[in-house]
Design a protein around this ligand. Sequence first.
Ligand code: ARG
Length: 464
Amino acid sequence: MSETDPPAKIWSGRFTEAVDDLVKRYTASVFFDQRLAMVDIEGSLAHARMLGRQGIIQADDVAAIESGLEQVRAEISSGAFKWSLDDEDVHLNIEKRLTALVGDAGKRLHTGRSRNDQVATDIRLFVRAEIDRIVGLLRALQASLVDVAEAHAATLMPGFTHLQVAQPVTFGHHLLAYFEMFDRDVERLRDCRRRMNRLPLGSAALAGTSYPIDRPSVAAALGFDGVCANSLDAVSDRDFAIEFTSGCALIMTHVSRLSEELILWMSPRFGFIAVADRFCTGSSIMPQKKNPDVPELARGKTGRVNGHLVALLTLMKGQPLAYNKDNQEDKEPLFDTIDTVSDTLTIFASMVRSITVNAERMRGAALEGFSTATDLADWLVKKGLPFRDAHEVVARAVRHAETEHCDLAQLPLDALRTFSPLIDASVFKVLSLEGSAASRDHVGGTAPAQVAQAIAAARQRMAA
Ligand code: ARG
């Protein structure tokens, strides 16, 4: 070797000049894909043991690989491992260190394998574990929502449509709407996990391998439900990452909707709730401010995760079979999605728990907007008036109450009777907020009794 020889890269045998420095940095992934190190080692151990069982490599090589990888694992955990840009990615860095530690056995690890099936396996293992963790975080947030809902199963607030006061609802019922959203998010992630949980290893670069490998045993060792049925598909598609990110985009969308409400409810104009100070910040100029930074940021970070979803979809759309280097770009969006969703859910689980309610403000707001108008219409229908006529009667009563600056329940009976002779004193029961809410007493309704049942059901569902 002369001094002008290019530095040795694992694949540099067929090259005649060294890779340009910027190109080296441009093509390398080690500074972000080192996050896959632990699953990479797990996959390599399962692969090496299979090679040994099949007599493709010797038992002493397997033993050397095992002890070498254990040492690499320890070095990475302790921070002593020296990651090198020259070795491009997590896979080559680990393999190089292994070979430095155990010699030729290390060079035999890659028998019957390619980085293409290796990385596809790593990401699946990685995302699978993250799904399990994120489901746990969703459950914690759901548990917070249920606990606060329980404390406020009968607390009345205005329910809105078009952000206009519509009908009274209980705050517990309102919070349980988010329980349902996050429950579907759990289902979605679990569903995605099920499809993802197939082993790519054995597909090698793209066409499979001529060694007598045993893929099902590797799948079982790594906790996969089976093997990917087509090698070209296995090394190339990242649809599972897209599905996962889309599940996360929906989680963030739900968090963002909740955030928007928290921000409104915390604004002095609403004054419905407060959250603990540790989730807010002050203003550097206006001493009176307590700003809802956490929900605002969560709302903002939703855009970031949506962006990652679009990045991954776009990454995939033009790729011919099979593996292309484009796929290396899957990692940063995926990792950032995981971090954003994890931090957001963790903070929200404790922030929601810290909510304190100003029940008087909520009740007052529900009283202001003729929120029991539908109840009056329904009451008239039950007395025999067709719904459209009842609607008209109530509309006129509301217009009158508006000019009197009072709520429907505050109009005297005589005044109400001018709009319909069917009205009698028993109408006042449905005109109260409590009466209105309590009358919506069916599965999915806002009645306090139903909220209590929904809470019990929610707790059971979470345990399943
Ligand atoms: N770092 C690569 C990635 O993330 C690993 C696979 C590389 N394969 C290859 N043929 N260059 O996708």
